[in-house]
Design a protein around this ligand. Sequence first.
Ligand code: ATP
Length: 445
Amino acid sequence: MDAIVSLCRRRGFVFPSSEIYGGLGSTYDYGHYGVLMKNNIRSLWLQAMVQERDDIVALDSAIILNPRVWEASGHVGGFVDPLVDCRTCKLRFRADQLDQASCGRKPSKRPGETPDCDLTEARQFNLMFTTQVGALEDESSLAYLRPETAQGIFINFKNVLQLARRKPPFGIAQVGKSFRNEITPGNFLFRVREFEQMEMEYFVPPADAERWYRYWIDQRFDWYLAHGIREENLRKREHSAEERSHYSSGTTDIEYRYPIGWSELEGVANRGDYDLTQHTEHSGTKLEFVGEGGERYTPYVVEPAVSIERIFVAMLVDAYHEEVVAERDRTVLRLHPAIAPVKAAVLPLIPRSAEMVEKARGLYEHLRHVLAVEYDDSGQIGRRYRRQDEIGTPYALTIDEQTLADDTVTIRDRDSLAQERISIASAREHLLDRLAAPWRPPGPG
Ligand code: ATP
């Protein structure tokens, strides 16, 4: 993980937030390449979930909702972690994760294992951030930053049913920031207090829920494979009955083999009719489906839920390679081309050559209308290649002496390092074709 964190910083993907003020625990800011890569993850998720489907529509609900939403959903009463404090080292731990924590005084020991440790009883701590709406600071103005995007979907169930003229099975997809006052955040972006969730609630006739639950587990698993994650680093883990939320009749984590070990990347849950029933009871608005023949029922919900952050880390970990090529060290991000922040770099071999620069700028202008491309004329060509390798750019187009004679350029492949000559006139189509071709990570993991 350290190598990834350091590359992210060095190449401007991700910075610790508020750094000039000493930072704020587990909060990060994204630089240029980080933003481009996050945008790619988000738009590929939306493409698979909304654009390429007839049965799913998009939604963007507010971050601050009526606080009664969170009473109905069970978050006010139940979105809690059990906490213990150590009176000696003053650190706070999750009571259910003491076996993974380190004692503040003796990091080789677990909290409670040394004679000096003095742990309190476990107390329940609500993970929702509170805020105030309006000028008055009293109970009546109390509100919450949403800890998940799903509830914004459930409370809009009736709107979508009526206005988007849908009937089960159908889904509503949403991407947006969620906030959790995590007690033990960390492991870079894996557990942060502010993250971008991508959730889809799929409403189905109750009798079909189990089938759709299996279907979405497979769909989401395959989405990761199609976007370059190595199969050996991905697995499905079904929760035991004790582990599941009380309303869920099935939950499966899609786990990734992070540097911290196998951990939840995405969760797929069969939530039954819990959410729609709760909001019906608390709001007095019936959230049910009424068919043309008059039959009525409360749909069951199957939910795939993930954060861009967990995908971002998984993709970087999967793509990161250090290798020796022609006796030189090379660090390369073998990202799927659709995920890579920059698709191609345009490089004049000799930056002092006005003719090469002119050709390169011309090609760059021609490409940038359709693709995220970068122009770079600073430093030795080898260094420029290495820079592009580190940010995962799949192709580099180099303008050299021969370009001036016959209007061809070399195209260098990040993964195979093979170089081929193509004409400038065909470069755009050539690149678009290569980028659209199926891609699997080369070589063993
Ligand atoms: P965990 O057990 O790891 O805390 P969770 O089971 O509480 O996760 P869910 O409530 O199911 O997570 O949230 C759905 C998804 O949102 C997770 O699969 C994960 O991708 C993402 N997610 C949840 N909490 C965080 C966080 N603090 N930082 C980044 N992503 C998160």
